[in-house]
Design a protein around this ligand. Sequence first.
Ligand code: GLV
Ligand code: MN
Ligand code: MN
Ligand code: MN
Length: 405
Amino acid sequence: MTDGLIAHGRLAGLDEITGVGADPARGGYSRHVWTSAESELREWFTARATRLGLDVETDRNGNLWAWWGRPGPDAVVTGSHLDSVPGGGAFDGPLGVVSALDAVARLQATGFQPSRPVAVVVFAEEEGSRFGVACLGSRLLSGAITADAARALTDADGVTAAEAAAAAGLAPEHLGRDDEALGRIGLFIELHVEQGRGLIDLGSPTAVASSILAHGRWRLRVSGQGNHAGATGMRERRDPVVAAARAVLAVEEAALATDDARATVGRLRIVPGGTNVIASEVDAWVDARAATDAGTRALVADIESRVQEAVADSGCAVELIEESWSGVVEFDPELAARLAGTLGGVPLLPTGAGHDAGVLSGAVPTAMVFVRNPTGVSHSREEFAETADCIAGVEALEALLRSVL
Ligand code: GLV
Ligand code: MN
Ligand code: MN
Ligand code: MN
């Protein structure tokens, strides 16, 4: 392991975890909450933070906190997440965690004495890749999801979040809003790789976040008649896969009919899923986003009516079930402008990606720093950040911490 900022041309912390959760079948990384890959990342984080003299604790929702000095109120907290989407990139999440640890290391190296408690945080299940609800750890912490709703979530194998949390050593009955942990946060700053082309277009290595699109997840459940692929004539079928295909096209059409909304079907589940079997049921998950809450709700209403129309002749039934919702986030404009000024006037940038910082912005003062992604691609192994830009991000975070400590 290396404690310096850079090893092999990358931030050393990223280098240390480069093999963890690598997913050769999909490409990129699959690092899902409370799996062996994710617990290896937690162990790595604990070891690295401990080497910096930080005290690491796990809160009752499975978020990790590494404290520099005594945990206390009005703390300056920075960090991000270590879990990934299926086949995700190396930077979404880990860059914010590694940069936070590096910024603390740099402050320590200059003998800096913080005037407030400082913590580096790792939020659990930010991507919602295992249990379906993004930012589960920060939602639980802040009460944005109830403990009962969270405990009942299931993964693809039918394991409940309560069971998985228990297997990870947590007490499922203690999941839920954590006023003690929340009450300590005086300011949360999340550094994150940018996930679109904003910083490429602006020609800047870093930016401060201005807003996040409203977004949510819905499940389209398409129910038909399971049957035999050879024995059932083409006109005798109620095939939910065919209906789901029409539904997916309707989702795209609804988003295309607006100026700037986005709607995606990135996950399908076919039951039972056999080559010679007409399926009985299909779940198609819809991720929908737009600039306002009302615009997003209108988009979803339009999706629903277009889908019903598209499948009307299929003999299948379709139900749309909301699984999660995040209203539009406007980061505190005064704080964002002040932080951008501290960084020499870096640009302010909106984003279409959700973040724990967005969830927490309803409860505590919150800001974000983005680092340029030269591919403009994220949630993919093609996501990237140049080392020079990563270092600019660490320097920006260090400067921001100095300015508030
Ligand atoms: C999180 O990465 C999201 O889906 O916005
Ligand atoms: Mn992500
Ligand atoms: Mn992320
Ligand atoms: Mn995210």
